[in-house]
Design a protein around this ligand. Structure first.
Ligand SMILES: [Zn+2]
Length: 82
């Protein structure tokens, strides 16, 4: 799956497209979501089995670049494990 990272300026919601996301290492599902709260801490979550991998925590920072970096780190960590 290819996903691209972009951040909504208002909601900070991150969209991932055009980046490669590996299938879940536990159940093999390709239905992987990127999640965050309101802070710049993201994690990848398998929508089938619930496996989660946290990215780096940029939670003290709330600018777009920190959100992007946090999202990318979650993606990179997930792909490294998968
Ligand atoms: Zn899974």
């Amino acid at each position: 799956m290819k996903i691209k990272v972009s951040v909504d300026k208002v909601t900070k919601h991150v969209e991932l497209e055009d980046e490669t996301v590996r299938n879940c290492p536990f159940c093999g599902s390709g239905d992987i979501a990127i999640c965050n709260t309101h802070s710049a801490l993201y994690w990848m979550e398998c929508q089938k089995c619930g496996a989660q991998v946290d990215g780096r925590n940029y939670g003290d920072l709330n600018d777009d670049e920190s959100h992007l970096e946090a999202a990318r780190s979650a993606l990179a960590t997930w792909n490294h494990r998968a």
